[in-house]
Design a protein around this ligand. Structure first.
Ligand code: ADP
Ligand code: MG
Length: 720
């Protein structure tokens, strides 16, 4: 067997398992020990300082220098006692991962450990190494990070990490967190205004987020033999395993011991970091798993998801495993998503998407529900753009994944309630009538609580007490799509308030006014609602008839960011300026181009250096064999047939790779980045990837297993 593949397989097979023990039987003994959270602050800060921090967290008020000094000193003492030597501002640049710049506490000149308040509050990382979409070439060349006290400081490895935003000196956001925080403000303001129509006690509303993270796990040695996985995170070649596809739906095997140990290990580390993982191990495809922490305030949940991915990466190393976060690491097998479960929670403890026993609250529930559906309808393309990435393009619309068409699933109960409301809402409410009864909205809770009619094929589904945005890719930073969702719902709620106001100012009773507006919104947004099988071909046709977009490729989906409507909505809610949107658009296109370029190069290199030489050697063997048979006067048809097959695929492979290289050369001369990205999508990816893969995967079946250079799907997916 090809030695690299053979050695890797042997290594993977002989891996000893790494045993894991929890620090204590009780999770509460170690939950959050690596977090400078409320408990630690209360213990180590003077009451007046503690009060200022809580205010900063809750009301977003500024922290003055002397308070910062006291906090940094307490944090330093806490961290040093835990053996921490360095500190860093931890932020989320637009590369998609997290970034850090480590500084030592130890000051060699002074001979002591130092951590100033100013170092806690602000830093200047070398901004030139992060994407800025032209912002810093037009403006000033520096950026800074600033502490976000609403997400707790934590220890990762031997480093104290301070969650921060990352902005240019001219104020433009260069990260994911800044617009997210602003969108939280926007939706707070808009939803409080609506809530006040129902309940004067509500003063603050915060979005919640629960992230279900899907991922694949493979042995580290096998990973290392596949340049495509190493370079692109995805296997560009590989024939489907015989067991693969059937298992998509029915695979309920036990979790391999090595993976179980890995899960336990990363969960312990996550719990220490205050990430509320609840042990749940459902498997989807072979080699694929999921982790779903409990929901939290959205800003924390996003940080925790980013951190969790880092923790998983690091812990996997210890278990000689590699975690694949790519949306589609294996063609023909389930892709990975990151389901974003989103809701709105008031400071009085009410989940606005939770139907209740009180009819009044149900009207409030319906108001928020209908507004969200309307927002998704009005801004479907923006929502689609928010989940666009090269990786997700392979997943959306492929096996067991929602399509690129944005639609909303509500379930049969809510559907019939909205239908009723739309049809009969205009009823006359006489004195003494129970309006809620008449509208049929007094009996929502009993019916919804039994939410058995779940639709797993919808990209955006109502699931009992929250919306679940399922089209988000597994590698994505949730802040991107969540920022968009917050902004578009904020915008719709603002419009809703205006429309209600219009009705009441013409003398209508408040409740009637609300119902009238809801009826209109239900009608207007009806097209986006779909209850059927989102994976089916009929839906694609039906959606086209309804006029819904089906943007399958990232550079095309990203165009929406530059629409007047998008620019206006972001600006109006003070979340992103036109300049920032343009910059983001450019960065995303750059990322896209880079990804397709890398994949295309890896494909070419693998084909030219590994696949073609192997197939030619095998072809020679077959020719020898055919000649030998002929010399003996025996039938050699089978050998000749195989030689022909191999030749045909070899020729197609060689010619397509060459043409793809030509297309790349042509596109690399293109100076318009939009044209270049679209060109890469159509003229490189669409034009050649499938053709090249087809030839290679056919050769994999023809060439003898012994000499095949790449570790095969069945060898990677069915971990021991
Ligand atoms: P599924 O059926 O899709 O597997 P679950 O019901 O197990 O989903 O919940 C998935 C995620 O949704 C979890 O992270 C959970 O904490 C989160 N979740 C539950 N309620 C809410 C809520 N009100 N807001 C946001 N997320 C929530
Ligand atoms: Mg889910």
């Amino acid at each position: 067997m090809a030695t690299l593949r053979q050695n890797a397989l042997l290594k993977a097979q002989e891996r000893p398992s790494v045993s894991v023990t929890a620090p204590s039987l009780k999770i509460s003994d170690y939950f959050g020990v690596n977090v400078f959270g409320t408990k630690q602050m209360k213990e180590s800060l003077a009451p007046s300082v503690y009060k200022k921090v809580t205010e900063a967290i809750e009301k977003g008020s500024k922290i003055d220098p002397s308070t910062a000094e006291e906090i940094s000193s307490a944090v330093k003492t806490w961290a040093l006692a835990k053996g921490v030597t360095h500190y860093t501002h931890w932020f989320q640049p637009l590369t998609g991962s997290t970034a850090e710049k480590h500084d030592a506490f130890f000051d060699a000149h002074a001979g002591i450990e130092k951590f100033k308040g100013s170092a806690l509050v602000q830093q200047e990382p070398d901004a030139s190494s992060f994407p800025n979409g032209g912002i810093r070439s037009t403006f000033e060349a520096r950026g800074y990070t600033a502490w976000d006290p609403s997400s707790p400081i934590f220890i990762f490895g031997n480093t104290l990490c301070i969650p921060t935003i990352f902005v240019a000196y001219t104020g433009e956001a260069l990260d994911y967190k800044t617009p997210l925080l602003k969108s939280i403000e926007a939706i707070n303001e808009a939803s409080v205004a609506i809530c006040q129509l129902f309940d004067r006690n509500v003063k603050k509303i915060t979005p919640s987020l629960g992230v279900e993270q899907e991922y694949f796990v493979i042995d580290k040695a096998l990973f290392a033999t596949r340049p495509d996985l190493v370079m692109a995170g995805r296997s560009v070649f590989g024939h489907n395993p015989a067991r693969g596809q059937q298992l998509d739906d029915h695979y309920f095997g036990t979790i391999p011991t090595r993976v179980k140990d890995f899960m336990m290990d990363f969960e312990i580390e996550a719990l220490k970091l205050g990430i509320p993982v609840s042990t749940r191990h459902n498997e989807v495809a072979p080699g694929q798993f999921e982790v779903a922490p409990l929901f939290e305030e959205i800003n924390k949940a996003v940080d925790h998801n980013q951190l969790l991915m880092d923790v998983m990466d690091k812990v996997a190393e210890k278990h000689s495993l590699k975690v694949l976060f790519h949306e589609k690491p294996f063609a023909g097998v389930n892709g990975s998503g990151k389901h974003n479960n989103w809701s709105l929670i008031t400071d009085t403890g009410i989940n606005l998407f939770q139907p209740s026993n009180s009819a009044r609250e149900n009207l409030q529930f319906l108001t928020f529900l209908v507004a969200t559906v309307k927002a998704v309808y009005d801004y479907a393309d923006l929502l689609r753009a928010s989940i666009a990435s090269a990786g997700n393009d392979f997943r959306l619309g492929a096996n067991e994944a929602p399509p690129a068409i944005i639609s909303v699933f509500l379930g049969s109960t809510l559907t019939s309630i909205l239908d009723e409301l739309e049809k009969n809402g205009n009823i006359k409410i006489e004195k003494g009538d129970n309006m809620y009864m008449k509208l049929g909205i007094s009996k929502i809770p009993e019916i919804i609580l039994d939410n058995t009619d779940r639709n797993r094929t919808s990209p955006f589904a109502f699931t009992g007490n929250k919306f679940e945005f399922r089209a988000v890719g597994s590698q994505a930073n949730s802040a991107g799509p969540m920022t968009v969702l917050n902004v578009i719902v904020a915008e719709t709620l603002k419009q809703l308030a205006k429309d209600i106001e219009k009705e009441t100012s013409s003398g209508k009773e408040k409740k009637i006014a609300i119902v009238n507006v809801l009826r209109k919104y239900i009608k207007d947004s009806k097209k986006v609602r779909f209850e059927g099988d989102g994976y089916s071909e009929e839906w694609e046709k039906e959606a086209a008839k309804r006029g819904l977009s089906n943007l399958k490729s990232t550079p095309f989906a990203l165009d929406t960011y530059l629409d007047k409507k998008s620019i206006e909505v972001f600006a109006k809610h003070n979340v992103l300026s036109g300049v920032e949107l343009h910059a983001r658009h450019e960065i995303m296109l750059e990322n896209y181009i880079k990804k397709v370029q890398i994949e295309s190069r890896v494909m070419g290199d693998l084909a030219l250096n590994h696949i073609i030489p192997t197939a030619i050697l095998y072809q020679n063997k077959l020719i020898e064999n055919a000649n030998g048979l002929q010399g003996l006067g025996l039938d050699n048809t089978a050998a000749i047939e195989t030689i022909k097959d191999v030749s045909r695929h070899l020729e197609s492979l060689k010619s397509n790779v060459n043409q793809m290289i030509e297309a790349r050369k042509r596109l690399n001369k293109e100076s318009d980045i939009v044209k270049q990205a679209k060109g890469y999508s159509l003229e490189v990816k669409d034009a050649f990837f499938d053709k090249i893969r087809y030839a290679v995967d056919k050769l994999e079946l023809l060439v003898d297993d012994e000499s095949w250079p790449l570790v095969k799907y069945r060898e990677m997916l069915f971990i021991k």
